[in-house]
Design a protein around this ligand. Structure first.
Ligand code: ZN
Length: 286
């Protein structure tokens, strides 16, 4: 099942360019509002299984918004790929390094994003959305709590993120637009192996990152188990699972996103984000 957000209405995609408005097609049984649908995830999956061949309209991929526009909790995980740890000159963590991205930073898959400074970096990531409340979930049961998967960018303003005696990860990663996700929410059964997907991003034609999710140190089941041992994970919450190597801050010289740049981020089987950047009102060129 592939679910998209079109103009604030949840839409079932048929995989060949067609869409079905879920609220209308279900005669109001399911709400149009994307974030509310996660409370009825199991019922929706059952209903959608009998409606996969129906389409109402052709979907304009440029019109898609974030499939999870307003989650109650957004988790980020740092240092979760060995090569990214090495380029960051950090040690391998014993437990996931967790921060939040405040939900006001969520953006759609084709959002035009304002750069607050010349120090904004890219981090392509697999994003997991929760479908069924998880509290002290076991690793074996973890995938049963996952609604689906998305492509995400954990955009990061590196000066704010790393300033001060205790780095400010949550602030540096939460400017408006710093969490584009999408293009659709894809259930795990739609991909060949949800534990091993190619992911990458490019600026224009230049490849910046390319990796595979099989290299995650803390896997999706481990993250669900470890996070839910502390915070109950709520329907519609999302987890940014970490980025592979190739970020700009680790390069010599350092590189960041330029105004006018177009960043394309992909994950095998999930689709791609295409985000253009513009200079925000406070931007000063480096
Ligand atoms: Zn990240």
């Amino acid at each position: 099942m592939r679910i998209a957000n079109i103009a604030g209405r949840t839409t079932l995609l048929d995989g060949s360019g067609g869409g079905l408005d879920i609220e209308k097609a279900s005669d109001g049984r399911f709400p149009a509002e994307p974030q509310a649908l996660f409370e009825l995830w199991d019922e929706l999956r059952e209903w959608a299984a009998t409606h996969t061949d129906r389409t109402d309209f052709a979907v304009d991929l440029d019109s898609l918004e974030a499939p999870t526009p307003s989650p109650r909790q957004v988790f980020g995980v740092g240092l979760n790929y060995a090569e990214h740890i090495a380029e960051s000159k950090m040690g391998r963590p014993d437990a996931p390094a967790v921060f939040t991205k405040f939900p006001s930073c969520i953006a759609g898959p084709t959002a035009v994003i304002s750069l607050p400074s010349p120090n904004v970096d890219w981090e392509v990531e697999l994003v997991v959305a929760i479908g069924r409340r998880a509290w002290c979930a076991s690793e074996d049961d973890a995938w049963n709590h996952v609604a689906g998967l998305m492509v995400g960018q954990d955009l990061s303003e590196r000066v704010v993120q790393l300033a001060g005696p205790v780095p400010q990860f949550s602030l540096g990663k939460s400017f408006p637009g710093f969490a584009p996700v999408g293009p659709a929410l894809v259930t795990a059964d739609e991909v060949t192996d949800p534990n091993d997907l190619e992911l990458g991003c490019r600026l224009g034609d230049e490849v910046l990152q390319l990796g595979r999710t099989r290299d995650l140190i803390f896997t999706v089941p481990e993250l669900v188990a470890r996070l839910s041992a502390i915070c109950p994970l709520l329907p519609g919450d999302i987890i940014f699972t970490g980025t592979p190597s190739g970020v700009g801050v680790a390069r010599d010289p350092k590189r960041f996103l330029p105004p006018g740049g177009v960043l394309t981020s992909h994950i095998e089987g999930l689709g791609e984000l295409r985000n253009e950047f513009v200079a925000g009102p406070t931007y000063r060129s480096a």
